[in-house]
Ligand binder design. Sequence first.
Ligand code: HEM
Ligand code: HEM
Length: 182
Amino acid sequence: MSRYSKGAIILHWVMAVMIIGNLAGGFLHDFVPNDAGQRSLVMGLHKSFGLTIIGLTLVRLGWRIANPPPAFPHYFTGGERLLARAAHGAFYLAMLAIPLSGWVMADRNTRPLPFFGLFEVPKFGVDKGIADAAHELHEILGWAMLALIALHLLGLLKHLLLDRDNLLVRMGLGKGRAAARA
Ligand code: HEM
Ligand code: HEM
């Protein structure tokens, strides 16, 4: 079975870890104890990794144009192709819109926005109303991203169990027994 390019595979897995970490940090930060400032450490990392994700998404889109993904296996139906394309497109939109909304909502306060303690990231300087709306959007998009990940995993599981093809091989995991129907 054909595979994604090495660069696409590395970017996929590095970003998957970062995004899942950021979803966990975002949704669960209220449960982090704060007696020694751990919560602000978690949120500082959340913001810096989030901003990194904007850059990595742009690199990934550029890489994708230069190294187009492998064709879908020939037995994929038209509906499957459409659903996979729509879900992957929605992922790319979310990978930009979530961190951008987080960045805009940084104007809810006047605290500086450091990038891993290295330098200060400028803010947009928007009104409080816009920053509050960005906060709402950030949360809604966070749930949308969780739903997309669930759909992504259900799709893989459907292929593994019903179609008996292991699409993980296309994303660099495992080798050999690529697909019963390939
Ligand atoms: C892909 C990157 C990101 C993901 C997946 C993500 C996800 C989330 C999620 C799910 C929440 C919880 C929302 C809620 O329940 O209110 C959250 C909260 C938050 N995020 Fe992000 N985020 C990302 C990037 C960013 C960036 C770039 C910033 C700022 C520069 C940021 C700042 C914040 C802040 C300050 C909160 C806490 C909001 C509150 O206290 O209610 N996030 N994030
Ligand atoms: C936040 C988490 C994740 C995001 C944002 C994400 C995003 C994506 C995107 C955008 C693609 C399409 C790549 C392209 O055509 O440019 C893709 C493909 C793929 N992903 Fe993920 N992914 C995530 C997590 C996972 C996980 C946890 C797994 C497996 C356990 C996985 C397995 C795969 C596989 C096998 C493909 C190739 C599908 C094909 O055959 O075309 N992904 N992913």
